[in-house]
Design a protein around this ligand. Structure first.
Ligand SMILES: NC(=O)C1=CN([C@@H]2O[C@H](COP(=O)(O)OP(=O)(O)OC[C@H]3O[C@@H](n4cnc5c(N)ncnc54)[C@H](O)[C@@H]3O)[C@@H](O)[C@H]2O)C=CC1
Ligand SMILES: C[C@H](CCCC(C)(C)O)[C@H]1CC[C@H]2[C@@H]3[C@H](O)CC4=CC(=O)CC[C@]4(C)[C@H]3CC[C@]12C
Length: 369
């Protein structure tokens, strides 16, 4: 707990505060950061749930804005002590153009950095992604690796390329002088695949299972491990980093940290079944039902259809060559860097993370009926 002299003095800004992760960061800050005086939530689309936050002891300010607009970002940041930059365009399905992804993820991040310098905001926490590392275009496995594990990080897809560039900008900005002459302290967090309450892809897969009569068909070998982390723990890590950056600037400034917890190592599909199973879905097959070459063909066909149909409609199925490669390449993390550098321990056990996610899915299901 903060001492009373420091109580309720800080102004935080969360970009993308209405997104899947952003909402958890916002709620976690309100619960776990006693020094908070004002919380600014900056997002392209503001959610109605924000209203309920405005009755608490912390001043909650909602700002509808666009990170690609430098002046909007600077205006929102004036007087903020800390910025947690989670806003981003998360698209691996071809919904947005590569230019738009770059504009939001890279230019948006540049705008946040420049706004820090201009306004004197000294602490910047950036939500990066495991995708900055891999899986790479060659499909090399990354098995229980840490932040120092050598890996050939080569990307072609616009999303990982944009996240890698943005992360680099954030790390290079560490130490720059901000208004008032003090140095900027930056840090990047790299979540693996996030799951939990509000996860849209989990919803999509659940609905797909319902359409298939309560079944999903195994496409990926169970031996391919895919790293996952609970959204509450990712949010907690952001809150802790933001809190510790000032005291531990020399250790944490310019560093990257994978986001991890005790979620088990499993394939993407087996992991999802931890939640979809209790909601009544079944994963058919102990081995993939279709050979990999056929899946690749279907994925390529989807990509072709997307391109052909683009003038008429947006066709963006879950399966495309990139998502297939992602799901079919082992990428798991085993590290304790966050614990060593700033004392991180997951706030939610695996059992709790699982229960919370199942409860959310079941509630979603019953409200749909
Ligand atoms: N979902 C996942 O598994 C992972 C996500 N991440 C990163 O975490 C961050 C949050 O991702 P999610 O919560 O999953 O995505 P999301 O799409 O739910 O949230 C992103 C938020 O950013 C906002 N946003 C988008 N463009 C904006 C703009 N131009 N100006 C202002 N706000 C804008 C959106 O309105 C949305 O509320 C992203 O930076 C993403 O790259 C990293 C690793 C894994
Ligand atoms: C949608 C994919 C699963 C498709 C299964 C198939 C091929 C059988 O239809 C998802 C598999 C891996 C996911 C990605 C991964 O968890 C890492 C990510 C990190 C991010 O920063 C953003 C999200 C994502 C790219 C995530 C997206 C869905 C998958 C590709």
């Amino acid at each position: 707990m903060a001492d009373s002299a420091q109580a309720q003095t800080l102004v935080y800004l969360v970009t993308g505060g209405c997104g899947f992760l952003g909402e958890h960061v916002v709620r976690m800050l309100l619960q776990q950061e006693p020094r908070l005086r004002e919380l600014r939530i900056f997002d392209l689309h503001l959610g109605p749930w924000l209203e309920e936050l405005k009755t608490g002891p912390v001043q909650v300010t909602t700002i509808q804005g666009d990170v690609t607009q430098a002046q909007e970002v600077a205006a929102a940041m004036t007087g903020a002590h800390v910025v947690i930059h989670t806003a981003g365009l998360v698209d691996v399905f071809g919904r947005a153009s590569p230019e738009t992804i770059h504009e939001v993820n890279v230019q948006g991040t540049k705008n946040v950095i420049e706004a820090c310098v201009q306004t004197g905001t000294r602490f910047l926490v950036y939500t990066s992604s495991m995708e900055v590392v891999g899986p790479n275009v060659k499909g090399h496995p990354f098995y229980r690796g840490n932040e120092d594990t050598p890996y050939e990080a080569v990307h072609r897809h616009p999303y990982p390329c944009s996240k890698a560039l943005a992360e680099q900008l954030v790390l290079e900005a560490n130490g720059r002088k901000v208004r008032g002459g003090l140095p900027l302290v930056t840090c990047a967090l790299r979540p693996t695949g996030i799951y939990g309450e509000g996860h849209q892809i989990m919803r999509d897969i659940y609905n797909q299972g319902l359409r298939l009569g309560g079944r999903l068909f195994r496409a990926i070998p169970a031996s391919v491990e895919h790293g996952r982390v609970y959204v509450g723990n990712v949010a907690w890590m952001h809150v802790l980093v933001a809190r510790e950056l000032e005291q531990r600037a020399a250790v944490m400034g310019g560093q990257v940290y994978f986001c991890y917890d005790k979620s088990p190592y499993k394939s993407y599909e087996d992991f999802n079944m931890e939640f979809l199973g209790p909601c009544g879905l079944r994963l058919v097959g102990t081995r993939p039902l279709l050979p990999y070459w056929l899946l690749m063909l279907l994925a390529a066909l989807n990509a072709l259809l997307q391109w052909l149909l683009r003038p008429l409609l947006l066709y963006a199925p879950l399966l495309n060559p990139y998502t297939l490669a992602m799901a079919n390449t082992t990428f798991t993390v085993s590290t304790n860097k966050a614990q060593r550098h700033f004392g991180y321990k997951p706030l939610f056990s695996w059992e709790e993370s699982r229960t919370r996610t199942i409860r959310w899915m079941q509630a979603m299901d019953s409200s749909a009926q």
